[in-house]
Write a protein that binds this ligand. Structure first.
Ligand code: AGP
Length: 642
């Protein structure tokens, strides 16, 4: 059984993790081992597992991609309750963790980790003390929990029992038909990385198949937060839906609703090989991660927009009073993160009415910046390790500026050195080209801009609430843009022979033009220049001739008319024009040879949606040219050299 756990964890290594752990049933007790040694965690866990008690047949395991709390052993899953007998693994974010921990601390529970997951173990403990069964204790627990979860819990008080549940984060049941009588059931490697949407390792639950009746003779059930964890052992899966529980016991398995009503989960048969499963059925990680963008945005917003238009930022070690004193914001970043910073400039100046400078990090340090204790320097970096940005942040601290970092990696070098951290929650990004982390960064920066505006009292809570409603719709709008991938591919095919592109944008459309050009460069290895459309007449228009391909960002933002004027300038010189335009904008459509349609949104939020067709455009052209979109030549995912 231990192999089922550990192999399940190993099959999800590609997702990245910073710690791992297992808990198995050992008679009256639980035996737990955890390792927080980065990418060595699984190897170290295997060594620790050699000391596990013999004859184990139920257990849970987990690999963690930290979002709450540093990647240290104390924060590694499984987490236990005060008695040390309730073990939980969890993938997701508990939005109301603050009030739940206050309640538990008030009742004398001993919370020893920085994670939201540990609360679940104590909440289950609390319900078990009322005499509830493990399943009912978990039901009562989940009725108190807000947020996303895929979790598994076990307790020696009900030997051989594993109860799992999900809301938003994925969870699947797998069945392994084995010879001989139904076993009590192998172990369980519960959902894995803490923090959506990355899912942890597989779960091997005990018992026979067939909710709610006993399954066929001699079968074992497994629970997985992701198919690859179990694919080596089965191709038959059942999908657990939101707010459903799976109860695995020796000899039986059932799926019920949170209200306890039996349901029949839908069965699916998976033909993928393990690698395809790791890509979630997509051809490559880049397309998988582009399609994870709606979830990445939603998860980055989780727990930050409070009722009444209030905002809460996490891991901020800069006080509100210090933020109120800020009289200038400087954003330092590289590449796609720099483009996210350019969008932030509009949000910070428009909503917070603060001067915002956006610097390429590798230039910032050498320009003698004027900073002081009232300057807020924001480092934007998905890896949190880009040395240009890290050094720029260190330069800022030398000038006594407050330093905030927006990063996708908990406890990264930048996160450790900053005065405050605002994590994106895009999950590990395997593809070298930034996609979901770029969108999550823009959203995090816009939330920061609103937060600064709120603190400075220059925006009403009702206005914040309305803007948060617009922001909350972004996942749906990004999904709409993604659903048009086939039409983007058809447009890209028309330009398969084009060797250089001009990307134009104005105002918030300019950073989108830059990001679209960067994607084409780094994925399709094509010459692509992003340029402010208003600047064309100051020289670059000399380049425009019949056949020049111009890609314009022409959604209905503040300078749409002027942008259309610039498009007319290039068309009159024979350019071929591809426009990113809002659905139904026939006027823009009439000025273009091809249109990449996107739904409209608030102008300052438009870059989040408008960049999606340009990501797809670059992706499809790169695929047509036969390039490796996940690992483009010459590039590294994290640039740790100057
Ligand atoms: C973007 O697709 C590239 N991978 C690259 O420009 C990247 O954005 C840049 O290196 C910054 O990386 P960071 O966000 O990890 O700091």
């Amino acid at each position: 059984m231990l192999d089922v756990l550990l192999d399940g964890l190993a099959s999800l290594e590609y997702r990245g993790y910073d710690s791992a752990g297992i808990a198995v049933e050992a008679g009256e007790d639980l035996w737990r081992a955890r390792a927080a040694t980065g990418t060595r965690s699984l190897d170290d866990l295997r060594k620790l597992a050699s000391a596990a008690p013999a004859g184990v047949f139920a257990g849970i395991g987990h690999t963690r991609w930290a979002t709450h709390g540093a990647p240290v052993e104390a924060n590694a899953h499984p987490h236990l309750d005060c008695t040390g007998t309730v073990a939980v693994v969890h993938n997701g974010i508990i939005e109301n963790c603050r009030e739940l921990s206050e309640m538990l601390l008030g009742e004398g529970h001993d919370l020893i980790s920085e994670t939201d997951t540990e609360l679940l173990a104590h909440l289950v403990e609390r319900e078990l003390a009322t005499g509830a069964s493990l399943a009912d204790a978990l039901r009562a627990t989940l009725r108190q929990v807000e947020g996303a979860f895929a979790l598994a819990v076990m307790w020696p008080g009900e030997p051989g029992t594993i109860v799992a549940a999900r809301r938003v984060s994925p969870l699947v049941l797998g069945r392994v038909d084995i010879a001989g009588p139904p076993t009590a059931g192998p172990g369980t490697a519960g959902p894995g990385t803490a923090g959506p949407p990355t899912a942890g390792p597989g779960t091997a639950g005990p018992g026979t198949a067939g909710p709610p009746t006993a399954g066929p003779e001699g079968c074992q059930w497994m629970l997985a937060s992701d198919v690859p964890a179990l694919l080596g052992r089965t191709r038959t899966f059942w999908v657990i839906e939101d707010d459903q529980l799976a109860e695995l016991r020796a000899g039986s398995m059932r799926v019920t609703t949170l209200a306890g009503k039996d349901v029949e989960p839908s069965e699916l048969h998976v033909e993928w090989d393990v690698e395809a499963a790791q890509k979630g059925g997509f051809d490559d990680f880049m397309s998988k991660e582009m399609h994870e963008q709606p979830r990445a945005i939603a998860d980055t917003l989780l727990g930050r927009a409070l009722p009444g238009g209030l905002l809460a930022l996490d891991q901020m070690r800069i006080s509100d009073e210090e933020l109120r004193e800020v009289d200038k914001v400087v954003v330092v970043a590289c590449g796609s993160s720099y483009h996210a910073g350019l969008v932030a400039k509009f949000a910070i100046e428009h909503w917070a009415r603060l001067p915002a400078e956006i610097d390429i990090a590798s230039e910032f340090r050498y320009r003698d910046p004027i900073l002081d204790r009232r300057t807020l320097v924001v480092g934007v970096s998905q890896s949190g390790e880009t040395v240009d940005t890290l050094q720029a942040m260190r330069e800022a601290r030398r000038w006594d500026a407050k330093v905030l970092v927006i990063s996708n990696v908990v406890d990264s070098s930048m996160a450790r050195e900053a005065d405050g951290v605002l994590y994106t929650r895009a999950g590990p990004e395997i593809g070298v080209a930034a996609t979901k982390t770029h969108l999550a960064q823009i959203v995090a920066l816009e939330v920061l801009a609103l937060y600064l505006a709120q603190l400075r009292g220059i925006i009403y809570p009702t206005e914040v609430e309305r803007l948060l409603d617009d922001i909350a719709r972004l996942p749906e709008l990004v999904q709409l843009a993604l659903d048009r991938s086939d039409s983007v591919r058809a447009v890209a095919a028309k330009y398969a022979a084009t060797r250089d592109f001009f990307f134009l944008g104005r105002n918030v459309g300019f950073p989108v033009a830059l990001e679209g050009a960067l994607k084409l460069k780094e994925l399709a290895y094509l010459r692509a220049e992003g340029y402010p459309a208003g600047e064309l007449k100051h020289g670059p228009i000399a380049l425009i001739e019949p056949g020049t391909v111009v890609v314009g960002v022409a959604t209905r933002t503040r300078l749409w008319e002027k942008m259309m004027g610039n498009i007319a300038e290039v068309r009159s010189r024979g350019a071929t024009v591809v426009l990113v335009a809002n659905d139904g904008d026939d006027q823009a459509g009439s000025e273009a040879d091809d249109v990449l349609w996107v739904p409209a949104t608030h102008p300052v939020l438009a870059p989040v949606v408008d960049v999606v067709p340009l990501q797809l455009f670059a992706y499809h052209l790169a695929r047509r040219h036969g390039h490796d979109v996940d690992r483009p030549r010459n590039l590294a995912k994290t640039v740790t050299v100057e």
